[in-house]
Design a protein around this ligand. Structure first.
Ligand SMILES: Cc1cc2nc3c(=O)[nH]c(=O)nc-3n(C[C@H](O)[C@H](O)[C@H](O)COP(=O)(O)O)c2cc1C
Length: 188
């Protein structure tokens, strides 16, 4: 059975399309809870939808964010579309899918990357002190072995909030999976 696409998905897609060919249209800010309890945020590339409410990101198992998400799966993602003048905030639980657990899925995602996109997984451990003699490849071919630290992050979205600065007054809308994505307008 095909899952119904939540009503905010076409709106988000339309906002993304207004960004045209800008690569930044796929950049999202992912917030996690640090291991010291303080917030952490960083940019990741949106990689697509693995289900109606399942947003995909790729990362490095050795990175701090992945350790943070293993401790606290709850996360928020902020997505800004400057041309549409819209901000989306997506909340949900992030599942970590390492190559050791789902090799076929990871292999498929690994192959969909460009050679330069793949290269960063060929680099030394993130946030370790820089060793100037270490190898930082610029490209990794499609045939390169799937690194064991390649990890797919799937956020099961449970709450979406959209702020649209286009009209006056601004529009703020919330959707929640608990109410079957019933649209709730809010004061901006
Ligand atoms: C435009 C841009 C896109 C990025 N995309 C990714 C990505 O898709 N996956 C990723 O793990 N890191 C990505 N990064 C790097 C992260 O922002 C971050 O620096 C790195 O993952 C380490 O984060 P952490 O120490 O919080 O784990 C990107 C950075 C920028 C500036």
């Amino acid at each position: 059975m095909t899952e119904a696409i939540p009503p905010w998905r076409p709106l988000l897609r339309a906002a993304m399309q207004r960004e045209g060919r800008s690569v930044a249209a796929r950049w999202v800010q992912l917030a996690t809870t640090g291991r010291d309890g303080a917030p952490r945020v960083r940019t990741l590339v949106f990689r697509g939808w693995a289900g109606a409410d399942l947003l995909e990101l790729f990362s490095d198992q050795r990175s701090e964010k992945v350790k943070e998400l293993a401790d606290v799966a709850a996360s928020e993602l902020c997505w800004l579309f400057p041309k549409a003048r819209q901000q989306y905030r997506l909340r949900g639980l992030v599942e970590l899918i390492p190559a050791s657990e789902q090799p076929e899925l990871c292999q498929q995602r690994w192959q969909q990357l460009s050679e330069t996109g793949r290269a960063v997984w060929g680099w030394p451990t993130p946030a370790d002190p820089l060793d100037p003699s270490a190898d930082f490849p610029e490209r990794l071919r499609e045939t390169a072995k799937l690194p064991e630290h390649f990890v797919v992050l799937q956020m099961r979205v449970n709450t979406v909030e959209r702020l649209n600065l286009g009209p006056h007054p601004h529009q703020r809308t919330r959707w929640n999976a608990d109410t079957l994505w019933r649209e709730q307008p809010l004061n901006p």
